[in-house]
Design a protein around this ligand. Sequence first.
Ligand SMILES: NC(=O)c1ccc[n+]([C@@H]2O[C@H](COP(=O)([O-])OP(=O)(O)OC[C@H]3O[C@@H](n4cnc5c(N)ncnc54)[C@H](O)[C@@H]3O)[C@@H](O)[C@H]2O)c1
Length: 436
Amino acid sequence: MKICVVGTGYVGLVAGAGFAEFGNDVICADIDEDKIKRLEEGEIPIYEPGLEKLVERNVKDERLHFSTDVDGAVSDVDIVIVAVGTPPLPDGSADLSHIWDVARTIGAHASGFTIVVDKSTVPVGTVNRVRELLAETGPGKEFAVVSNPEFLKEGDAVRDFMKPDRVILGCDDERAGKVMRMLYAPFLRTSDRLIVMDSLSAEVTKYAANAMLATRISFMNEIAALCSKVGADVKNVRYGMAWDERIGSRFLFPGVGYGGSCFPKDVKAIIATGAEHGLELKVLNAVEEVNGKQKELLADMTIEHFGGSLEGLTVALWGLAFKPRTDDVREAPAKTIAEKLLAAGATLRLHDPVARETFSRELPPSDRVVYFDSNYEAATGADALLLCTEWYAYRTPDFRRVKELLRQPVIFDGRNIWHPEYMREMGFHYACIGRP
Ligand SMILES: NC(=O)c1ccc[n+]([C@@H]2O[C@H](COP(=O)([O-])OP(=O)(O)OC[C@H]3O[C@@H](n4cnc5c(N)ncnc54)[C@H](O)[C@@H]3O)[C@@H](O)[C@H]2O)c1
């Protein structure tokens, strides 16, 4: 099939390369000239394990192309997949301006029967508005609009996309449904988990799924807070809960709160949709509130340990990305933590295996914000070491060396990856989340 993917970000680039891998002819279009130039030069503008090889192979085999000419790219294809950003507006609702721009472009420039697939995460009813815009801007042209929310997760995006646990299609057009089934058939050879439903339900499904995952995180963070108060160990509590099949073990780790480009904005957006319809989503409001506090917790613990001020002290942060295996720092808890530490007077020494560049765009280097290539260098001379992201490289560091390098043996583990007993034996003041 001839496919155009509009929006070449974390979702669009993975989807474009993934569809090309199965033999489709794909053009990825984006208005970001720098991004497309880098892709044309063989450089992958984001960090995503496995993506580089996938892109390289499909470019070489001439199934994957890039362009900034969005008008031209949508003009002669069977399917246009929309994967542009839907960031939050100040009131928490989703900014759909990019979706409307693309719909107008497709309406004006598409030719022949074109299936327009919305892969961006969008509030309920967006697909219907896209239909209207296509009819307004492309009168007489034939379109079918399908909602196809994406469930890949950064860090595992290629695997998730190539072997999806399910594919959701919000589709009420029989012809488009058949084509979409053919498009996804190679991805679902071992399990036929393609679920077709109406587009409104498909749109809600995406938000509900992310809201559920965010809820589990905030729930567990609240249980961790209770454990801290009563002297229980949240690790034991989690194990004890997880054996119940109805609960399961995944997504029950307390930590520094959820971040990233999806959970924060999607929870806000579903709350805003509820409000628009006169419905207060109380559980999700609480999920957001708990998460807001949780993102400050590690900084609060540090400030409290040092008696209320970090003036004249140096703090090392390990891990800046919102989670391991990505360079994405959108809404990263490390940013909230860093800002709070700076406001309390600290000087920061920062390290991340891949997110240094993206994070330094948010928090530029200065005499109080210094970035290092090695995590040990970052720890050198610091009065405390804070772990914000659980990269593999941090899981079993040389703690003897860390102790020698730190000015004070103080460690706050925001992801519960180290062992309290061992850390005490090593002579650290060690604190983590919800464990004695
Ligand atoms: N990142 C994830 O893990 C993930 C997972 C599932 C769903 N989603 C959803 O997918 C969508 C895209 O997310 P992302 O993380 O890939 O975003 P992103 O910011 O990485 O990429 C979006 C791209 O769209 C481009 N763009 C914006 N307006 C355009 C236009 N008019 N024409 C062409 N290109 C345009 C931007 O330049 C950018 O490159 C969002 O709705 C997001 O919620 C993201």
